[in-house]
Design a protein. Structure first.
Length: 402
């Protein structure tokens, strides 16, 4: 049996790795279980998605020493333009109007994953079990006995606090007896890079349609990160399109905001589902990140919300004592309640509202867009959400302008 630890994190993706970084220097004995080898060329969550990181997230990742390892600095988002196909009006947000250089920045998930891996490799006190997977859990009076399988060999780790950060289909969440509520939006999201006539200038475009969102995000390499939602029944046909035909479809959906789209990179596709854990804690266990909530990608809230899960938990256990004691863990859901509820309501509400094609809803949406664009006071909640300030007052997110 391996030496006992204070905190065992299951899942070495973006959120689990961020939590391990946040716990460095707290004096806790921390171990991280990862399903793929360290320094793997392609861990599942280190893919080609373009992540719009809120200013609060950039502050935290900078303070954790992660941004210093990024191969390419984040591309700043200085302007946000939101519209809906078939509706009139649009919402325009300008960071300079709020005394900020940017609302946040865009990074490639793979590059952020590599930066997190580089930072993890500097954490001398972190114990890593990789590649390994959890195959058994046994409750103890003061923690968990966790069975791992690594290269066909079984090993056991005892921990005072077990953290499930193992993604949407979390084995640990299920083993803890925590159910999940699922909703299928009936959409598939295509992700790629595109080159256009006009190079990115800090503008992020998001346009909603009957079948899902379309977005163009500025990247530091002079291309755009393109996102296009289609109805599930059309996904196979869209995947089979030639590059030229795919570009034509994307151009028709996005309009001419970035000029003519000229080249498209490799396309990836993802089903759009919402999966919400019915509770965030079990005895001496916490569920975070996508294991706690996998949400609609509209508004780019997923990783930002998961990172705030990790930062909240790190602050909660940083003051010494038993990290898994019931009184301490009872505070975690309350600490996450406002941020989580507001973010879930925003992403789900916006996805459903913008997908409704009825004429009365088009009129109401159009009036809403016009009012939001003309009344600065109504924009404030959107700006706060875009920057990651949504009911979560966390020390590492409070830095200066991104």
């Amino acid at each position: 049996m391996s030496e006992p630890v204070d905190i065992l994190i299951v899942g070495g993706g973006l959120v689990g790795a961020s939590l391990a970084c946040a716990l460095d220097g707290t004096g806790r004995r921390v171990a991280l279980v990862e399903a793929v080898p360290a320094h793997s060329a392609a861990p599942p969550s280190f893919d080609e998605r373009n992540l719009a990181l809120a200013a609060a997230s950039l502050n935290a990742l900078r303070a954790l020493g992660v941004l210093a390892h990024l191969a390419t600095p984040p591309a700043p988002i200085r302007h946000i333009h939101v519209s809906r196909a078939g509706d009139f009006g649009a919402v325009r947000l300008d960071a300079a109007e709020y005394g900020r250089e940017a609302f946040g920045g865009v990074v490639v998930a793979r590059e952020l994953g590599n930066a997190l891996e580089a930072r993890l490799s500097t954490l001398a006190s972190l114990r890593r079990h990789c590649p390994a997977k959890v195959v058994a859990l046994e409750a103890l009076a003061d923690g968990w006995r966790v069975g791992l399988e690594r290269d066909g060999v079984r090993e056991v780790v005892e921990t005072k606090l077990l953290v499930a950060a193992d993604g949407t289909r979390s084995f640990v969440r299920e083993a803890l007896g925590i159910g999940a509520i699922e909703h299928d939006y009936g959409q598939t999201l295509f992700v790629s890079t595109v080159a256009a006539d006009r190079a990115p200038d800090g503008r992020a475009w998001e346009r909603f349609t009957d079948t899902g969102p379309v977005a163009l995000l500025p990247r530091a390499d002079g291309h755009y990160g393109a996102i296009m939602g289609v109805a599930d029944e059309d996904a196979a046909a869209v995947a089979a399109l030639s590059d030229a035909d795919y570009l034509a479809l994307l151009q028709a959906r996005a309009g001419g905001r970035a000029g003519r789209l000229r080249r498209v990179g490799r396309r990836s596709r993802y089903p759009v589902r919402r999966v919400l854990a019915e509770r965030l804690t079990a005895p001496r266990a916490v569920v975070i990140g996508n294991a706690a909530q996998t949400i609609h990608p509209v508004g780019a809230q997923g990783f930002n919300l998961g990172l705030r899960d990790a930062l909240t938990l790190a602050e909660l256990v940083a003051d010494g004592g038993d990290p898994g004691e019931p009184a301490r863990l009872a505070r975690y859901p309350e600490l996450r309640r406002e941020d989580r509820e507001r973010t879930l309501a925003f992403s789900d509400g916006l996805a459903r509202l913008t997908a409704n094609p009825s004429f009365p809803m088009r009129v109401l949406r159009s009036l809403g867009l016009l009012l939001l664009d003309r009344l600065p006071g109504l924009k404030a909640p959107l700006v706060g959400g875009a920057m990651g300030w949504r009911g979560a007052d966390l020390q590492l997110t409070r830095g200066g302008a991104a």
